[in-house]
Ligand binder design. Structure first.
Ligand code: ATP
Ligand code: MG
Length: 285
């Protein structure tokens, strides 16, 4: 029986979340201490712990069958792999930044400027598409200091809070792309491995939908129950149970976490009381 080889980052921002996600999918590893490889006890997968930069190449070559890494690395390496699923963590922007006292107009500002980055591929493609000629200085890290030491006029780098930019006297002027962690796969997995990947995907979807949805319980007068049901359709339809108080019911449903605050005022206007929002562990739709 073949095993699906999953590459994840050995040590870095993605490592812990990648392992946690697989754990939530019920995958238990024999040796959790991040050696080069680890086998799962209860699912036909084998983990490979690698540098995230190398994962696209290994997945293209079939050294690993699938991998978890930032989309930014997938775009930069531009290997022949499938992006199978967005995973909803390690969200960041890839932005252009310039010294804070500079006057920014539009993209033509960058014409013939020197831009330092660890992502020359993405940057070149972006400016080529916009018909602007720039000079790209590729550096391995600490890109944010490049303007301060006179290496470049601007930088292109990963931004999350923007604090690093501010600390280095820079301001973000253009978001070029938004990235998050993704699952990539080799383009010619055999039938066995594809079927393991399908099982893994089924579990991943259950875990990710659960994290994006909440279970909602509330009490409401029967006269409002239909309108509230329309607001909270849930997975099929809400559950409605009579309360031990005449003319009142309890309604149970599922709501998207990011839609909850939009409906809460309407629920209150319709007379809903005792609203409880409860996390969901797994969700199979
Ligand atoms: P190295 O390859 O030297 O280990 P790295 O920069 O590739 O360094 P990390 O810093 O661990 O490794 O980042 C891994 C991924 O996490 C990045 O490719 C990106 O997708 C994401 N990421 C990086 N910085 C942030 C951030 N500040 N906020 C959110 N996600 C980030
Ligand atoms: Mg890296």
């Amino acid at each position: 029986m073949s095993k699906l080889k999953i590459a994840i980052q050995k040590s870095g921002r993605l490592s812990e979340k990648s392992l946690d996600l697989l754990k939530e999918c019920g995958i238990k590893l024999w040796n959790g201490d991040l050696q080069l490889k680890a086998e799962a006890r209860n699912f036909p997968v084998e983990m490979l712990f690698l540098r995230d930069d190398d994962i696209p190449q290994y997945v293209e070559q079939g050294v690993a069958d699938v991998g978890i890494l930032g989309e930014n690395e997938v775009w930069e390496k531009d290997k022949n792999v499938f992006t199978v699923k967005k995973l909803g963590f390690a969200n960041c922007k890839m932005s252009l930044a310039i010294p804070k006292d500079e006057q920014y107009t539009d993209l033509s500002y960058f014409s013939n400027k020197r831009i330092a980055t660890s992502y020359p591929g993405i940057l070149k493609k972006f400016f080529d598409e916009n018909g602007i000629s720039v000079s790209i200085e590729e550096i391995g890290g600490s890109v944010e200091i490049a303007t301060g030491i006179g290496l470049a006029d601007a930088i292109f780098d990963i931004v999350s809070t923007g604090n690093t930019l501010i600390m280095n006297g820079l301001k973000e002027v253009k978001v070029v792309a938004k990235s998050e962690a993704v699952l990539i796969a080799n383009k010619s997995l055999g039938e066995d491995k594809q079927s393991i990947l399908d099982k893994l995907l089924f579990r991943l979807k259950a875990v990710l939908s659960a994290s994006q949805n909440k279970y909602i319980l509330l009490n409401a007068p029967n006269a409002s129950i239909q309108k509230i049901s329309d607001l909270l359709p849930g997975m099929k339809a809400p559950t409605i149970l009579p309360l031990a108080q005449e003319d009142w019911s309890s309604l149970h449903s599922v709501v998207k976490e990011d839609e909850f605050w939009d409906v809460i005022d309407q629920l209150k206007d319709l007379g809903a009381q005792g609203i409880l929002i409860v996390p969901i562990e797994k969700m199979v739709v």
